[in-house]
Design a protein around this ligand. Structure first.
Ligand code: ADP
Ligand code: MG
Length: 257
């Protein structure tokens, strides 16, 4: 009786996106609860990356709005949305290849400190020494500490993805968006990433994760939404979604597992 209702930190309300004649997103209503890990799954071309791009301000919706903690994001620039406390790990890593791995992780923290007004991020502003210590701790967590002096460009594809995750984590966003964070990783590196994402859950960071690998999805997700042909066809607890016949159908009659 005394349960407080969940805080909806992100709400995509009635979002539509057309690319010319193609309806990439139709009538999207997505609510993300604070502190939870919410997976978005669905076949290739379903509109998952488009939805993330709408949230971070890279793509304007054709109609509808995205609201983050009471603030309407729609119409804001990507950097403004980032400053409100939303970070995204991209499908293609965006790193500084000429810089050492450690400096790549430190850079977003400096950018934030020197850019002043990112008041809504969880992290407090630190000295260079504190930022370096934190960057080293994150690299240790993700298993890249031994590579900290190497140029980021020399990392494998999977390691670059983990580096980019580290660059997001140091910003301590309130909402972390991950677009296929384990794509291109070995099973071992995938499991390391799952462990890391579990660990950061305890910090209260909310995560939205797009993922093909069902092992990753069912290891991490508190909630799952399924996109197919631009529509959310199911949304709920993992076991509810897994058993939903519409979801089985969307995966070509195969099992979600
Ligand atoms: P997913 O990430 O689920 O695989 P996407 O969001 O990348 O799917 O794509 C959804 C649909 O929108 C696809 O048909 C894709 O070809 C199309 N699409 C995505 N981005 C663009 C764009 N910038 N211009 C035109 N069509 C696009
Ligand atoms: Mg995609």
């Amino acid at each position: 009786m005394n349960e407080t209702p969940p805080n909806i930190i992100l709400h995509a309300a009635d979002v539509h996106k057309n690319f010319g004649g193609l309806r990439a997103l139709s009538d999207i209503d997505l609510q993300i609860e604070e502190g939870k890990t919410h997976a978005i799954i669905g076949p290739n071309g379903a509109g998952k990356s488009t939805l993330l791009n709408v949230i971070i301000g890279r793509i304007p919706p054709s109609s509808g709005a995205v609201i983050f903690d009471g603030t309407v994001l729609t119409g804001k620039a990507p950097y403004e949305i980032n400053q409100l406390g939303i970070s995204r790990v991209f499908q293609t890593p965006e790193i500084f290849p000429e810089l050492p791995v450690l400096h790549n992780v430190m850079a977003p923290a400096f950018a934030r400190r020197d850019g002043a007004f990112r008041v809504n991020m969880l992290r407090s502003v630190g000295s260079e020494r504190e930022i370096r210590d934190e960057a080293e701790a994150i690299l240790d967590d993700i298993g890249l500490h031994g590579r900290r002096e190497d140029h980021a460009g020399s990392l494998s594809r999977g390691d670059k993805r983990r580096l980019e995750l580290a660059m997001c984590l140091i910003q301590r966003p309130r909402l972390l968006l991950l677009d296929e964070p384990t794509a291109g990783m070995s099973r071992h590196d995938t499991n390391t990433t799952i462990e890391l994402l579990r660990k950061i859950k305890s910090t209260g960071m909310t995560k939205v994760i797009i993922e093909h690998d069902m092992h990753v999805v069912f290891s991490l997700a508190d909630r799952i939404s399924v996109l197919a042909q631009g529509c959310i066809i199911a949304s709920g607890l993992p076991h509810e979604v897994k058993e939903d016949p519409r979801v089985q159908e969307a995966y070509l009659g195969g099992s979600v597992e």
